[in-house]
Structure formats: C-alpha cells, structure tokens
Design a protein around this ligand. Structure first.
Ligand code: R5P
Length: 312
C-alpha cells in the first residue's frame, strides 16, 4: 500500500479520515484554501511522483467551491507527476440536469464529467448516481457503488414484518427493487409530477401498501418535497409505519422544517456521503456510514482487484 495516497478537499474531511482509518493509511497533507477574493488556492504538501492517488471530495453544497477544489487538486496532482488519479465522489452533484428535457437547457452532468477528465482524473469512484447512465458521460473508467447493503443491514436488524419498498418516482424503481429483493419486501411506485424545482406532487400509488410497513427509497433528498408528498400519499393509502432510506442528504431550503412537521415519517436514514451540518441534525435523521464500502473499493482499485463483489 506504500504507493497509495489519499487526499481530501474541504467538502468532507471526516469521511476522508474514516476512509483512511478503514485503509489503515494516513490522510495526506494538502493545503486547500482560498485567496482573499475567493479563488481556490491549493498546494500538495507531499511527494506524489508515481503514486496511486485518490481524492475524496463529494460535490455537495457549496457545490461550486467543492467542485472547483476537486478540479484544482487534480490539476495540481497531475502536474506533480501522480501516476494515477482517482476522483472519489461519494455524492456526484450537478447530476440532475442529465438530459435536454426542455429547449435551451444544459447537460451539467456531462459538463462536469468533461471538466474532471480535462483536469486529469484517470478514473472515478462514485455512489448511487442520480441516473446510472451518467457513467457513460465519462470516457475514463467509472466504478459506481450502491449503498443499498449499508441500509439493508440496518433494516434487517430492525426485523420489520410486512415490508414494502416504495419508489417515490419512476427514477428510483431500480433502487427500490434492489431493497425489495434484499429484505424480501413488496414493491410499490408513486406517480410523481414535479411542479417546480421545490415542489413535487404525488398523483397515484401503484402497488399495495394498505396495512404494510414501508421504506421510501431514493437517491437524494433536496428540499424534501418528494419525500413529504410520498409520506402523505402513503398515509392516505393506509400504510402503517413509514421509513425512508435516501442515500444523499442534500437537505436544502425547507427540508428540515418539512421533516420536522411530517407526522407520518418514523425515521429518515441517510448516508454520510454528504456531511450533516449541526443545523441539519434532527431526531428523525439517522446517518449510516459508507466509509467502509468506499475504503474497500479504494483498496481493490489500488490492488487491481475486481470491485464487482461490492455490488452484491
Ligand atoms: C428525483 O428524481 C430525485 O430522485 C429526488 O426524488 C429529488 O431530486 C428530491 O428532491 P426534493 O427533495 O427537492 O423533492
């Protein structure tokens, strides 16, 4: 492991440290700060010549700063002769704009993929992308992990009977099916319409949830509108206990207030792909760590071993 070097920007040092603990290596030293006018300033304080470098940096809010830090760190590492640079992006931001679904809109997921490659990334390690097809926006290898195992372990210990995994929209059906298979649950789907970026509406529920305990499964929670609408619809359809397992806790704008007011929701499980700041902590929110999963993937990539066993 002497060629392995793990660095972090400022997005989520705690996760980077936990990953390093799992790998039994020290987080490498880099100065990542700002000039007085706000431009990102980076200096790699270690020799990385010939090293297999991993930069841990979710591109969560503040997304622009975190993305620029990542790009600039990769540039510095490439110019310092790192042998291979893997961008470890537990949460890949700018992913929701992934197709031209209206005239004159960008495809930011592709733009970010191009930026990472241009900066000098040789590979990407990420988790629960908003759409799996985003892998194809890269012409470098992408290892796309799933957090389902981490959440399922938690639910298995709770030993809840009569479970149904619910996808709050068509986009998360595959994820909900993965949960349903692993916890031997039924499957239901909500027909969701998005009225605006902050407001979603649940129209119908496809599947039987009456008298069942349910887990709402999604890749990300931003304003919380999709989740709250799903909870209201499930309550109306006479579901019993309602849990949510959502990988990326973006929790922006009114999200915490909405969760607080949402009577029907027992628990919201999120991963630590994004740091949960103090003002976002809430008794209903449980954070499960994906550090061990990411550390194992990094170890396998470094040792040129298959990572596909991590998808089971
Ligand atoms: C949508 O396709 C996503 O999977 C999430 O359901 C959505 O982005 C969550 O956003 P919000 O919490 O603002 O409803």
């Amino acid at each position: 492991m002497d060629k392995l070097a793990v660095f972090s920007g400022n997005a989520h040092r705690e996760l980077a440290n936990s990953i390093c603990a799992g790998l039994n290596v020290k987080l490498q030293d880099a100065f990542v700060s700002k000039f007085s006018e706000g431009e990102i300033r980076v200096k790699i304080n270690e020799n990385v010549r010939g090293k297999d470098v991993f930069v841990v940096q979710p591109t969560c809010p503040p997304s622009n700063d975190n993305l620029m830090e990542l790009l600039i760190m990769i540039d510095a590492l490439r110019r310092a002769s790192a042998q291979r640079i893997t961008a470890v992006i537990p949460y890949f931001g700018y992913a929701r704009q992934d197709r031209k679904d209206q005239p004159r809109v960008p495809i930011t997921a592709k733009l970010v993929a191009n930026l990472l490659t241009t900066a000098g990334a040789n590979r990407v390690l990420t988790m629960d992308l908003h759409a799996g097809q985003i892998q194809g926006f890269f012409d470098i290898p992408v290892d796309h992990l799933f957090s389902v195992g981490v959440f399922v372990d938690y639910f298995s210990k709770m030993n809840i009977k009569d479970l149904v995994a619910v996808s709050p929209d068509v986009g998360s059906i595959k994820m909900a099916r993965a949960y349903a298979k692993r916890v031997s649950a039924g499957l239901a789907i909500i027909d969701k319409r998005r009225v605006s970026p902050e407001k979603a509406e649940a129209m119908h529920i496809l599947g039987d949830v009456e008298g069942k305990n349910v887990i709402i499964v999604d890749d990300l929670i931003s304003t919380g509108s999709s989740l709250i609408e799903a909870v209201i619809a499930l309550k109306k359809a006479k579901a019993k206990a309602i849990y949510a397992a959502i990988t990326h806790g973006v929790l922006s704008g009114p999200a915490i207030e909405r969760i607080d007011k949402c009577d029907g929701l027992e628990k919201l499980l999120i991963s630590d792909s994004i740091p949960l700041t103090a003002e976002k902590k809430h008794p209903k929110i449980v954070v499960l760590s994906v550090a061990t999963l990411l550390a194992e993937a990094i170890k396998r990539i470094h040792n040129e071993e298959s990572v596909s066993c991590l998808f089971d």
